[in-house]
Design a protein around this ligand. Structure first.
Ligand code: TPP
Ligand code: SF4
Ligand code: MG
Length: 200
């Protein structure tokens, strides 16, 4: 993993680095060589993480990380392929890729950094924003009900779908390890604060 913190573009109070650390620790404790890891992201604050990983990586397009990761895995099934993006990317514009990846059941892990808003574009409501809260796109309160990603993925036959919380590094690390070792499509939703925009 890169150690040059100068290159990291996060708000100084952002906790996204803990998810980054959990992924790093999971890969290290499974003794997976960095040459055998491909880390793919979409676009967003969380998705910038690919730039900070010391392995093969690609920061693709908003919503297009999962098909890119699927292609990598199909081209070389021996690789450990991890895909990551935000809640807006995964559950909004990219939702159909997520659901069909679960149905296709190819052995990749998709992690969602769920800060309940479109953070990079300054705090608009996403599919996981709670009802009634005020965001920059819902100044009078969010009028659309959020959905539960776990229920949704289970309905698409995903055999490994878990929610974890950013505050528990060990829980995140162990769940990521379990998901990497799972031999089919796996999805982890990480609840992540966004002190800049998530004020609920
Ligand atoms: C096709 C496309 N639509 C919209 C955008 C603008 N855009 C960039 S990041 C982003 C929101 C990201 O939100 P999320 O996926 O939740 O990630 P976060 O920034 O919260 O980590 C949007 C709408 C884009 N880059 N490409
Ligand atoms: S806007 Fe939110 S998610 Fe993005 S870097 Fe800042 S605190 Fe982190
Ligand atoms: Mg988000």
């Amino acid at each position: 993993m890169r150690t040059n913190l100068q290159s990291i573009q996060r708000c100084p109070w952002c906790w996204n680095f803990l998810i980054h650390l959990a992924i790093k620790q999971a890969l290290e404790s499974l003794w997976i060589e960095k040459e055998n890891v491909v880390f793919v992201t979409g676009i967003g604050c969380g998705s910038k993480m690919s730039q900070y990983m010391d392995c093969y990586w690609a920061e693709t397009l908003h919503w297009r990380g999962i098909p890119f990761a699927t292609g990598v895995k199909l081209a070389n099934p021996k690789l450990t392929v991890i895909s990551l993006s935000g809640d807006g990317d995964t559950y909004g514009i990219g939702l159909w890729h997520l659901l069909h990846a679960a149905r296709n059941n190819i052995n990749i892990l998709h992690i969602t950094c769920d800060n309940e808003n479109y953070a990079l574009t300054t705090g608009q409501a996403s599919p996981t924003t709670p009802l009634d809260v005020k965001t920059n796109s819902t100044p009078n309160g969010n009028y659309t009900k959020p959905f539960d990603p776990v229920n949704l993925l289970e309905s698409a036959w995903c055999g490994f779908v878990k929610k974890v919380d950013w505050k528990d590094l060990n829980w995140m690390k162990e769940t990521i390890k379990e998901a990497i070792q799972y031999e089919w499509f796996a999805h982890i939703n990480v609840n992540q604060p966004c002190p800049s925009w998530r004020r609920w």
